[in-house]
Design a binder for this molecule. Structure first.
Ligand SMILES: Cc1ncc(COP(=O)(O)O)c(C=O)c1O
Length: 459
């Protein structure tokens, strides 16, 4: 959200690039539409220069989102920017490619033949909204058919759930029932989740893996406990798996882990194509096990662009090139390529986490053996600096790593998280570890001389 500024707080309302006489030598207003036009090369230069101030995406260990794609993928994306995904009549081949991607993912997640279906989205947030709405509608239809009230739906999820679920509950009037974390367990406890279920529960969310520390929630166990609950109390509660990151990791790195449509109770799964699907933002996916899991009322038929196709989406127009890039990756990488690339990310994550675990100051919260993501905290006796200080210090060296507090009842625990993506090479990992040691030593008052001997730092 941005405020409409009368004038900028710093009193500087103009962009004033002075490229002598070659390019622009007069100011352009920042916050009002300029009166005159400017040639495109100059505008390109002005904006490109300003964007140099953004962080260096290659050193961003905070984001899960893809920061590098191959040149041919980038070329394909830039050649297909004009394709509007909703306009299936104009772009039937883009629609066909979307269908192929849905099929590939459904099979990757072991969906039963011929019944699963799904769609692309802008990202996991939209995908979660759609899946959550389907859970709500399905629950409401069941309650209606039983002549029971439908005014009090709730959703069960770990308090570690990504913010899109909080949004979903608030926007669509659903009571979120959060399962708390405990020290040493930073994701959903299925036993506690079951205790919160009742006849108004529209579903339970299982996360593969948690945004906080990259760990996988025990979805198979959750499913078994929900089976027991059904036997005991007759409550038939579905699971939606938020596999924003894990949907592209577990099938390649942990193929024997049972978390997907192999579990009958898993009715829908979402993922972000722009995380470990390795496409630039924004593309996501959601797949349902069976048409019964997605009530027809939620579908809309669009016929005024020609053709007639049912859609389920929050947006109408949206770029088709993310879907095309996803298909590029599927064909380009195949199972072999995804396994290699994500496997290397995991090796790097575990290498860096093992180095950090050997440093005096830190304790691992996770080690990168599930998602190639791990978190660490300060040992309780390390009080010469905070992780916020370290985050700032690493930024001096160009690295972006976030420090944040854990949610309710563990708010006093601050962790730092590292997301390893394809462009974080093992060479960069070594540079990163060296910089981390250097900055930690500085912050803790220890100076390292060139031979690597540690001496007390004199201020
Ligand atoms: C578990 C989980 N769910 C949902 C999201 C939201 O994903 P997106 O950014 O694709 O909307 C994220 C993002 O980090 C996530 O980690």
């Amino acid at each position: 959200m941005h405020k409409n500024l009368g004038s900028n707080e710093d009193g500087n309302d103009n962009i004033s690039p002075t490229y002598a006489s070659r390019l622009l030598s007069f100011p352009l207003p920042k916050y009002t539409l300029p009166d005159q036009s400017v040639d495109p090369e100059t505008v390109y230069r002005v904006i490109k220069d300003e964007l140099q101030l953004d962080g260096n995406a290659h050193m961003n260990l905070a984001t899960f989102v893809t920061t590098w794609m191959e040149p041919s993928a980038t070329q394909l994306m830039s050649e297909t920017f004009e394709k509007n995904l909703i306009d299936r009549d104009e772009y039937p081949q883009t629609a066909e490619i979307e269908k192929r991607c849905v099929n590939i993912l459904a099979k990757l997640w072991n969906a039963p033949d011929d019944s699963a279906f799904g769609t692309s989205t802008v990202g996991s947030s939209e995908a979660c909204m759609l899946a959550g709405l389907a859970l709500k509608w399905r629950w409401r239809m069941k309650r209606q058919s039983q002549g029971k009230p439908q005014d009090n739906p709730n959703l069960i999820l770990g308090i570690n759930a990504q913010i899109c679920w909080e949004k979903f509950c608030r926007y669509w009037d659903i009571e979120p029932r959060y399962v708390p974390l405990s020290d040493g367990r930073y994701h959903l406890d299925p036993d506690l989740a079951i205790e919160k279920c009742d006849e108004n529960t529209i579903g339970v969310i299982g996360i593969l893996g948690s945004t906080l520390d990259g760990s996988y929630e025990p979805i198979e166990k959750l499913s078994g406990l929900l089976d027991e609950l059904q036997n005991l109390k007759g409550l038939d509660i579905p699971i939606h798996v938020d596999a924003a990151s894990g949907g592209f990791v577990a099938p390649f790195l942990q193929p024997d882990l049972v978390w997907d449509f192999r579990l009958m109770r898993v009715k829908s799964i979402n993922t972000s194509g722009h995380k470990y699907g390795m496409v630039y933002p924004g593309v996501g996916w959601v797949i349902w096990r069976h048409p019964d899991d997605l009530p027809e009322d939620l579908m809309f038929n669009v016929n005024y662009l020609g053709g007639n196709e049912a859609t389920f989406a929050l947006n109408f127009s949206r770029p088709g090139n993310g879907v095309i890039a996803q298909y590029f990756n599927f064909l380009r990488l195949g199972r072999e390529g995804y396994s290699k690339v994500i496997g290397q990310c995991q090796k790097t994550a575990m290498y860096v986490s093992s180095k950090i675990s050997k440093m005096d100051f830190f304790e691992l919260v996770s080690d990168g053996s599930e998602l190639p993501v791990f978190a660490f905290k300060l040992k309780s006796n390390s009080n010469s600096f905070t992780l916020y200080d370290l985050s700032d210090a690493m930024r001096e060296r160009g690295w972006q790593i976030p420090a944040y507090t854990l949610p309710a009842n563990l708010e006093s625990t601050v962790v730092m998280r590292i997301v390893v993506k394809e462009n974080f090479s093992s060479d960069m990992a070594d540079l990163f570890v060296n910089d981390l040691k250097l900055q930690v030593n500085k912050l803790s008052g220890i100076q390292t001389n060139e031979q690597g001997n540690r001496t007390k730092f004199h201020h």
